[in-house]
Design a protein. Structure first.
Length: 209
């Protein structure tokens, strides 16, 4: 039998919730066993799912909020859904009698964000991951190509400070794309960098060595 707290999407069958039991919570319905009691149906909650190739920061944030709610309240009604390509989601049992949980999920239909602060955390994490994986090297390469200089003397921390400074100067800010991956217009960032500013950074980096 599946773990009651975690289930694989491929093992669940889609059904129309309106044909089974009325509910005020929006979402698609999936059943998990051949018996038809309320506890054997899961509502796949909207605005809480994604994958490596789908979903944005608000869905990741909502997913984490509800997983935290399950842990903090020891809720038996929230089921973590997972699948191929990093798919994730939240299932709620239709026998749920937790009024606060029902209120939180029902409210998503009017405003699809549970916690604004959690979205900021998710987006900051995506930006930091991008910086470590590709953004730092791409930003460095763009400076070297544009100004014909070697930036090896500029450490990554100083380079990141420059990245943020240019973001404010040019009003250029990144955002989470589909799959919660970070993107920013590096070419636009570089338009805010001039020779004097770059020279100041290079001198500062040399003195720090």
């Amino acid at each position: 039998m599946e773990n009651e707290n975690s289930m694989y999407l491929g093992d669940l069958e889609n059904v129309d919730p309106e044909k089974i039991f009325p509910t005020d919570i929006k979402g698609s319905c999936r059943y998990r066993q051949k018996t038809y009691g309320l506890s054997n149906f899961l509502l796949n909650v909207d605005y809480c799912s994604g994958s490596d190739y789908s979903g944005v920061s608000l869905e990741t944030a909502n997913f984490r909020e509800l997983m935290d709610y399950r842990e903090e309240n020891d809720s038996p009604f929230i089921v973590e859904l997972s699948g191929i390509y990093g798919s994730f989601g939240i299932g709620v049992r239709l026998d749920c009698d937790d009024p606060e949980l029902i209120r939180i999920i029902a409210a998503l239909d009017d405003y699809p964000i549970i916690n604004e602060e959690r979205i900021s955390i998710v987006e900051n994490e995506a930006e930091e991951e991008a910086w470590e994986n590709w953004l730092c090297s791409d930003f460095r390469s763009a400076i070297e190509t544009t100004f014909g200089v070697d930036t090896d003397s500029i450490n990554n921390e100083t380079l990141q400070d420059l990245y943020y400074a240019l973001g404010e100067k040019t009003n250029t800010y990144g955002f989470c794309k589909t799959g919660n991956s970070w993107w920013i217009d590096i070419d636009r960032l570089i338009t805010g960098l001039d020779s004097i500013m770059l020279l100041s950074v290079l001198i500062k980096s040399t003195l720090q060595e």
